[in-house]
Design a protein around this ligand. Structure first.
Ligand code: HEC
Length: 179
């Protein structure tokens, strides 16, 4: 009995020995290919902003570009000094919220990089806002490039105090951790 089993096992091992190496090589190639594709995708997601807004907010060229974009595209609603519209916590007659400040007194710095990017690109749309949510915040995806959106956000982040900027960097890290 033991002898028969032993021989069978030996035969089986020989068979998987040859084919097994092929299987392993192909699996290794597949895993490597998946890793490269996933890595490239992740890199693309964050390439525009390595180190996040916290780092970009310390880059003078980036801030200067962002300040110009802010003046021409955001200041009319969010204020030349990022102060927001008066009584920004109270809804307008049309039921919509006024534009909040982007400085320390607002809540822009409560949100992670990616969310700020998506609000600016798409406006207040699901999944960030509930379905059918009415908002005066326009989406800038058709007007500004991804790079320009990161620049204007970097300018805004550069205006936060150190404490707010550090908080926002922590929120961003926590938000991105599971990816
Ligand atoms: C036509 C007016 C208007 C313009 C122009 C505008 N916004 Fe807004 N924005 C709003 C309003 C109103 C809200 C609040 C939306 C809400 O909660 O419904 C808002 C909200 C936001 C928020 C979310 C803030 C938070 O704390 O939740 C961000 C980020 C933002 N705007 C970025 C920008 C940027 C960047 C620009 C310029 C590229 C810009 N906005 C231009 C009206 C505007």
């Amino acid at each position: 009995m033991a002898d028969v089993h032993g021989r069978k096992a030996a035969g089986g091992e020989r068979a998987t020995g040859v084919r097994g190496r092929f299987v392993w090589a192909r699996a290794a190639i597949a895993v490597a290919a998946i890793a490269i594709v996933a890595g490239a995708w992740l890199w693309q997601q964050y390439a525009a902003q390595p180190g996040g807004l916290a780092l970009a907010a310390a880059d003078p060229a980036r801030i200067e570009a962002g300040a110009a974009i802010y003046r021409s595209h955001c200041a009319a609603c969010h204020g030349a000094k990022l102060e927001g519209q008066p009584n920004w916590r109270q809804r307008n007659a049309n039921g919509r919220l006024p534009a909040p400040p982007h400085d320390d007194s607002g809540h822009t710095w409560h949100h992670p990089d990616r969310m700020l990017f998506e609000i600016t690109r798409d406006g207040m749309k699901p999944p960030i806002a509930p379905d059918g949510y009415q908002s005066d915040m326009p989406g800038f995806g058709a007007v500004l490039s991804d790079e320009q959106i990161w620049s204007v956000l970097a300018f805004i982040a550069s205006r936060w105090s150190q404490r707010e900027r550090e908080h926002q960097a922590r929120v961003t890290r926590a938000h991105e951790a599971p990816r």
